[in-house]
Design a protein around this ligand. Structure first.
Ligand code: NAD
Ligand code: DAU
Length: 335
């Protein structure tokens, strides 16, 4: 099996590459990544000396690169994206380009090369926001609220159109919030862990009562592998941890686990258009493909904190330079 993994130098993509190298040692993996601010070759250090792994620096919007790479590829897993909601609110041009146009370029290149399967890694955010009750199923209508989620929903629709129109063997996964090693410290958990480790304040948006459904990244990656290997063409699968937490609960837990003081918690103005609650019904993938989350949240969170403690040079290198400008712009304060 020859697999093209796009966005493999980012958080979830690199965890997926490590999973494949460990559990599918006879597969050949090509990773295409543009190394944007979120892509980091250090995330693939352990992969790069493996004979069955090849890294290509390139843009998924570049049809020539995509066409060339597809030649002997059996399956594509598309993780490449602009992934941060706050950045999409500051400006969404790159989100439209990479998330929509990039997906179209990959779909065309893959279809032309008769690639056998195309997995689009999407998000639960395409379903919009929930009130206090209910969970997203695969039948929930798409109702994205942020520029980021609107771009992901547009890509999902293109992917489904390619299945409907051309009979191309596409699959879509829609996962809830991930946490774990190698997550870029702009997202809630790694941002707060690394700020707390440096005795810096942690900015909680609004009243801190927004709810997310947290899943360890390794459980997400195992789910994507199940879908790649077993999902029927055209299918959509929700993936989630059945693990709803309010942001304030996560914040207090991180402060407690790191032995810090709650005075480091700071309520800041809310994210514009902030979705209130996400919750996933993952019954379909459990019933049809036999996938279950394996990592308990309490243990996963402790291990994740330990990973950031053990990898301080990794995140210190990221939290300098351009990152500081982003932080100033986003939070109105210096890091
Ligand atoms: P990330 O931002 O950490 O990584 C994205 C990667 O894509 C980076 O390596 C970046 O360099 C690369 N990339 C960006 N633009 C590119 C382009 N034009 N061409 C080639 N490569 C490009 O993102 P992540 O958190 O790992 O998310 C991966 C995917 O999973 C995304 O599609 C995201 O929408 C989806 N997702 C994320 C979560 C989450 O909680 N992080 C949950 C559900 C779904
Ligand atoms: O649900 C899946 C999505 O999860 C993915 O599609 C996205 O790529 C990923 O970024 C994530 O989106 P969120 O917006 O939910 O994640 P984020 O970590 O940015 O925020 C989680 C919650 O924490 C959200 O309610 C906003 C809040 N928050 C976030 C930041 C960065 C804060 O209160 N303060 C912050 O500084």
């Amino acid at each position: 099996m020859n697999v093209l993994v796009t966005g493999g130098a980012g958080f979830i993509g690199c965890n997926f590459v490590h999973l494949l190298l460990a559990e599918r040692p006879d597969w050949r993996i090509v990773c295409l990544d543009a190394l944007t601010y979120a892509g980091n070759l250090a995330n693939l250090e352990a992969a790069r000396d493996q004979a069955n792994f090849r890294f290509v620096k390139g843009d998924i919007c570049d049809a020539a690169v995509a066409g060339e790479l597809m030649a002997d590829i059996d399956a594509v897993v598309n993780f490449a994206a602009e992934s941060h909601v706050d950045r999409s609110i500051l400006g969404c041009q790159e989100f439209i380009r990479t998330n929509i146009q990039g997906t179209q370029v990959l779909l065309d290149a893959a279809r032309r090369a008769s690639v056998r399967r195309f997995v689009q890694v999407s998000t639960d955010e395409v379903y919009g926001s929930l009130g206090a009750e209910g969970r997203f199923t695969e039948q929930t209508p798409l109702a994205p609220n942020s520029p980021y989620s609107a771009s992901k929903a547009a890509a999902d629709m293109l992917v489904q159109a390619y299945h409907h129109t051309y009979g191309f063997a596409t699959l879509i996964t829609r996962c809830s919030n991930n946490y774990g090693p190698y997550q870029f410290p702009e997202k809630l958990i790694p941002l707060f862990v690394t700020n707390l480790l440096a005795d810096k304040k942690v900015p909680v948006y609004g009243d801190g009562q927004n709810v997310r459904d947290w899943l360890h990244v390794s459980d997400h990656c195992r789910a994507v592998l199940c879908v790649l290997e077993q999902g029927p063409p055209g299918a959509v699968y929700n993936i989630g941890g059945n693990n709803e937490r309010a942001n304030i609960e996560i914040t207090k837990k991180l402060i407690e686990l790191l032995g810090k003081d709650e005075s480091l918690m700071e309520f800041v103005p809310d994210r514009l258009g902030h979705d209130r609650r996400y919750a996933i019904d993952a019954g379909k993938i459990q019933r049809e493909l036999g996938w279950e989350p394996r990592i308990d949240f309490a243990q996963g969170l402790k291990n994740t904190i330990q990973w950031y403690i053990d990898h301080e040079p990794w995140w210190q290198a990221i939290k300098s330079g351009d990152y500081r400008q982003y932080y100033q712009r986003q939070y109105g304060t210096a890091l």
